[in-house]
Design a protein around this ligand. Structure first.
Ligand code: SF4
Ligand code: SF4
Length: 438
């Protein structure tokens, strides 16, 4: 096992309250709300109508372009209606609201051919990931079938399994790695075969040594795989950070991992690939960590997509009266939500209830340079934010606006409490809006 660490970034208090809690299967709710836009790219096109009966795993939305993904029913029931609902990031999307039928659950047949895993070809895996609606579960929700089809002129030599889970509080990937080591590794081998990589790395931070040891036992004797133990640091799990730390390669500004011969895949996504390839189950469930100081029983629930967050919070004993903030995701990159009735999406790694959030007074910049030093991408954040505040969009773009991965490290270290990452998000929103109008 090799040991490495990233140079920049931060090490916030870990708060992994649910690390010792095994994954529990959350009961099927009475109703699910399944948005047709849960991925990067175009929303899926609805395939169902009001009052239509659907089976578990049935496709209810078809991918509507190259960068898009299908969506499946996570339950057996009847479509009550199709209506626009609020998503955790504050946007809205058309969703199928499905009332669950009482009685036996019926499963739809997979829409891809089922084979022994050893007989799968690269084209089979691309078909499976596309048909099963698999997207990156580490946060980016980019369609996996597109990610594993890089342009021919950019051969992939290295696959990195991302088990860093560097966000504080979240433990869903940790539990998956402990409880489904074998399945994750099998999917990782399929991925490596698909892109024709020579080497594979399993990257895990040193606050999850037990998971690293579990993989180490598995890869012993498999010559082309290596477990890499990383010194715990945020945002080490970001693709660009992992590639830099493990391969020593810099993804160019505006570039993607394939530009430097790498493919990074999160362990949750790999488990979803295994479920689809070996069991014929599309992406209709995921592990969600429900945690925070405002929760009595921090938990890791295997949850059907579309389940209301309110039900998970209740099951984990959340005190919503005392809650100061509910966050979808981790405390660094997550989105604060106003109402807990928002549904669990493919991207929901965790739901966090914080009961001690203080409003901080913002001071003028002290020119201390802490934000620049800590930024994992070396962006001169102070200058970038000045361009955004002045509406100098071309300069902001040239200065790395879209290179920023919104990790929040700059805001976290700023002694003047300047919400730098909020300014950057605002800048991206403005530029995208103006470009859409042109
Ligand atoms: S500028 Fe972007 S990438 Fe750099 S620390 Fe801030 S949020 Fe992270
Ligand atoms: S960390 Fe805050 S105060 Fe220091 S230079 Fe950056 S923006 Fe200014």
């Amino acid at each position: 096992m090799i040991q490495l660490r990233m140079r920049r970034g931060v090490h916030p208090p870990e708060g992994k309250l649910s690390a010792g809690k095994p994954i529990e299967e959350f009961p099927v709710p009475k109703q699910v709300v399944i948005p047709l836009s849960q991925h990067a790219g175009k929303p899926a096109t609805p395939l169902v109508k009001k009052r239509q009966k659907v089976k578990t795993g049935e496709k209810i939305g078809e991918a509507s372009g190259f960068i898009s993904a299908p969506v499946h029913s996570s339950v057996t029931g009847t479509v009550k209606t199709l209506e626009t609902v609020l998503l955790p990031n504050g946007s809205s999307a058309l969703a199928a609201i499905i009332a669950v039928d009482e009685g036996e659950e019926e499963w739809a047949e997979p829409t891809w051919p089922m084979k022994d895993l050893s007989a799968l070809t690269p084209e089979d895996l691309r078909t499976i990931t596309r048909e099963a609606g698999i997207v990156g579960l580490g946060g980016a929700v980019f369609p996996t079938s597109v990610k594993i089809s890089p342009p021919k002129e950019y051969p992939i030599d290295s696959v990195i399994v991302n088990g860093a889970e560097c966000e504080p509080y979240l433990t869903s990937d940790h539990r998956l790695m402990l409880e489904h080591t074998q399945e994750i590794f099998q999917a990782a081998q399929l991925l490596k075969m698909t892109v024709g990589a020579k080497r594979g790395y399993i990257a895990i931070e040193d606050n999850k040594r037990d998971a690293a040891e579990a993989f180490e036992n598995l890869v012993k004797g498999v010559g082309d795989w290596e477990v890499v133990l990383l010194k715990t640091r945020y945002p080490q799990g970001a693709e660009k950070s992992l590639i830099k730390v493990i391969l020593g390669r810099e993804v160019p500004m505006g570039g993607l991992p394939f530009h430097v011969g790498a493919l990074v895949q999160n362990v949750g996504t790999l488990y979803a690939i295994y479920e689809a390839a070996a069991r014929g189950i599309p992406l209709i469930r995921r592990v969600v960590t429900v945690t925070g100081e405002g929760v009595k029983n921090p938990s890791n629930f295997l949850t059907r997509i579309g389940t209301s967050a309110a039900e998970l919070l209740q099951a984990a004993g959340a005190d919503l009266e005392a809650a100061r903030k509910i966050v979808f995701g981790g405390p660094m990159m997550g989105m604060a939500v106003k109402a807990p009735e928002i549904p669990v999406l493919k991207s929901t790694s965790g739901i966090l209830v914080l009961s001690s959030v203080k409003k901080k007074k913002v001071f003028p910049c002290l020119y201390c340079g802490k934000c620049v030093y800590a930024c994992p991408l070396g962006i001169t954040t102070t200058r970038l934010v000045k361009y955004i505040q002045a509406g100098m969009w071309d300069q902001a773009k040239a200065f790395g606006l879209f290179n920023c991965m919104e990790c929040g490290v700059c805001s976290y270290v700023c002694p003047a409490n300047i919400p730098l990452v909020h300014w950057i998000r605002y800048g991206k929103f403005m530029v995208r809006m103006m470009e859409a109008k042109q």
